[in-house]
Design a protein around this ligand. Structure first.
Ligand SMILES: NC(=O)c1ccc[n+]([C@@H]2O[C@H](COP(=O)([O-])OP(=O)(O)OC[C@H]3O[C@@H](n4cnc5c(N)ncnc54)[C@H](O)[C@@H]3O)[C@@H](O)[C@H]2O)c1
Length: 284
């Protein structure tokens, strides 16, 4: 199993720039691509800011910052960069058709043994790989936000994914300082399926006036040592984002546990989306 020397990240947004940062920090040559050239520069600037914050907090040395930035570059020409990479991680918006188009293109420009990974949080990895040459090297590498701070990576194995691809994705995740879990390509993988069900039940408890949002959250932070309660977390993720995931899982898993509560629908309709709108279960 050869280590990854060159990685390309497609999509320089919230997740893409973070993935580029952790790859560059562990010594990989990381090339960041985006359809929008301005977004590439924005992504590179965001990495530089993250590293500066790390220095200010005493978590990153100036040498580490310099080494990370030296490993990082923008890649306006995707085909040229991807042809040289051992790993390509896609982090474009959560849209199946868009991702399928990108993987179709990658299959044409990359070598047959280049590992192709999607950072999708909910789409079936098997569907993303469908119809392309060598689908056995397509795997999910689901990072968490903010990538440079969150320890988990979920490696998703589709029915078509080879064991070798899973092993390489796990090794790459470890090299980037992450602690991998391997999950079958089932709706919601492991993280979203468990996290969302807890959030939905907490909302039902608010609906039924079991306790205040603060106290329901406290039950989990103090009683179960969760770093954050399920309602505060729902506010941070965005009620609209979680509603979409809940609808998807309710459909796919055919389980009442994922039926979105009326209160959640009402809050989304009223624009109470959580932190990003200033109001959710908490005022921000
Ligand atoms: N935001 C999160 O907390 C989070 C967490 C885990 C996984 N994810 C997943 O990561 C992926 C990316 O999410 P994000 O929040 O970083 O999105 P984002 O909107 O912040 O960034 C997406 C970037 O992709 C670029 N893009 C669009 N079409 C493109 C194309 N054809 N080629 C190249 N670049 C293109 C956009 O210009 C944008 O810069 C999604 O699949 C999402 O579900 C997100």
């Amino acid at each position: 199993m050869s280590a990854i020397q060159r990685i390309v990240i497609i999509g320089a947004g919230t997740m893409g720039h973070g993935i580029a940062q952790v790859a560059a920090a562990c010594g990989m040559k990381a090339a960041l691509h985006d359809v929008d050239e301005a977004a590439i520069q924005k992504g590179l600037d965001a990495v530089a800011r993250n590293l500066q914050k790390g220095i200010d907090r005493g978590k990153v040395t100036e040498e580490q910052r310099d080494a990370t930035l030296a490993n990082l570059s923008g890649a306006p020409d995707l085909a040229a960069a991807a042809a040289e990479a051992q790993l390509v991680v896609e982090a474009v918006p959560e849209n199946l058709e868009l991702k399928r188009k990108i993987f179709g293109h990658l299959a044409e420009v990359c070598g047959a043994d280049t590992l192709l990974a999607s950072n999708t949080s909910s789409l079936p990895v098997g569907k993303i790989a469908e119809g392309i040459a060598h689908p056995e090297r397509v795997v999910g590498m689901h990072f968490f936000n903010p990538v440079h701070l969150m320890a988990l990576i979920e490696v998703v194995k589709a029915d078509t994914t080879s064991d070798d691809a899973v092993d390489r994705a796990v090794a790459a995740g470890r090299a980037m300082g992450k602690d991998p879990i391997v999950v079958r390509d089932a709706p919601g993988f492991a993280s979203s399926r468990l996290g969302v069900v807890l959030g939905l039940e907490a909302i039902r408890m608010v609906e039924q006036q079991v306790a205040s949002p603060e106290d329901i959250d406290k039950a989990m932070t103090l009683g179960y040592r969760h770093p954050m309660g399920p309602l505060r977390l729902t506010d941070l993720v965005g009620l609209d984002v979680r509603l979409a995931i809940a609808e998807h899982l309710h459909r796919e898993l055919d389980s009442e546990a994922f039926r979105p509560p009326e209160l959640m629908r009402r809050m989304v309709a009223e624009g109470k989306l959580g932190k990003k709108s200033g109001q959710g279960f908490y005022s921000w």
